[in-house]
Write a protein that binds this ligand. Structure first.
Ligand code: BG6
Length: 293
């Protein structure tokens, strides 16, 4: 399988498929623009670091489990076709079915922007594709086609974990004018008018669009910019102390060095896709090393 993947999709030293120590198939990207990696399990982007940056953009837990059928704690898990617990079936897995499924490679090529890879997965009645460009920026597009004869409802989140120098000194800017649902209380809050700071467990779904969401990582003197496309929900999450302790695949103090900003379409902004039609959601992530510029 590995030989076949490399024969069809490797691009010299710039894109290679390997077996991760866990036994999972992992692709490694190494170009003059960036380094990165992804797993076929979950089409999971695990690493991304532009050459201009001295540190990774994506956070990966030191306790992450790499195992067939289990989600990976860090990088970019894909939540689909539902976000969070399933509303009709309490036994169904959190965040849907595709982050723990093995995807196929559909295409790879070198473009002016970087290494482009498209992965695909069929989660009936949906056909999914994820196109990623590893360049100076990380550009991700997920496309969902409804192959059923009737319209279908679904939710999606690109659940990105970002690495921070110190979550206590970070600010998320760009969602000041968006109302949000506090996932911990179920309450809807009016737009706060100020940037988001982390001082406790934070689990919010911001509603409406944002043209750019910036993570001001003061401790690392860097800004990470997320430019979402076709996204009407943004999840902001930090598990803080007690929840970190409850998660077996996450270090007790790792909450201090990460946060999630998730580009999403979640109820009431879930997708309704007509029979035979498609929807897509995506983002571009870039970083600059001086904060507040
Ligand atoms: C976030 C949710 O997106 O994901 C949180 O808003 C959840 O409620 C978190 O705890 C992690 O979920 P999981 O299933 O990966 O542990």
């Amino acid at each position: 399988m590995l030989q076949e993947l490399n024969r069809r999709f490797a691009i010299g030293e710039q894109l290679k498929f390997e077996i991760h120590p866990s036994g999972l198939v992992q692709a490694k990207i190494n170009t003059d623009k960036c380094s990165g990696s992804f797993f076929l399990l979950g089409a999971h982007i695990a690493e991304f670091q532009p050459r201009s940056q001295s540190q990774p953009i994506l956070f990966m837990s030191g306790e992450a489990v790499f195992e067939f059928g289990k989600p990976i704690r860090g990088g970019i898990p894909i939540c689909f076709p539902w976000f969070g617990p399933n509303k009709r079936d309490a036994n169904a897995p959190t965040h849907g079915l595709v982050r723990t499924a093995v995807w196929d490679v559909l295409e790879s090529k070198l473009t002016a922007s970087g290494v482009l890879v498209t992965l695909g997965y069929q989660s009936a009645p949906f056909r999914l594709s994820l196109t990623v460009v590893f360049g100076e920026t990380l550009d991700v597009t997920m496309n969902v086609r409804n192959e059923a004869a009737t319209e279908q409802s679904c939710e999606v989140a690109l659940h990105t974990y970002f690495q921070l120098g110190d979550a206590r000194r970070a600010t998320i800017v760009g969602l000041e004018q968006n109302e949000f649902r506090d996932q911990l209380t179920g309450q809807i809050h009016a737009a706060a008018g100020t940037g988001i700071r982390f001082t406790e467990e934070t689990d919010r779904v911001y509603r409406g669009t944002a043209s750019v969401v910036t993570i001001e990582d003061e401790a690392n003197s860097r800004s990470i910019r997320i430019r979402p496309r076709n996204s009407y929900s943004t999840v902001v999450w930090n598990p803080w102390v007690a929840k970190s302790q409850r998660m077996s695949d996450f270090g007790d103090d790792e909450f201090e060095r990460m946060c999630c900003v998730e580009t999403a379409n979640i109820a009431p902004h879930n997708w309704i896709i007509e029979a035979g039609q498609s929807q897509s959601v995506g983002f571009e992530i870039s970083a600059s090393s001086a904060s507040r510029n």
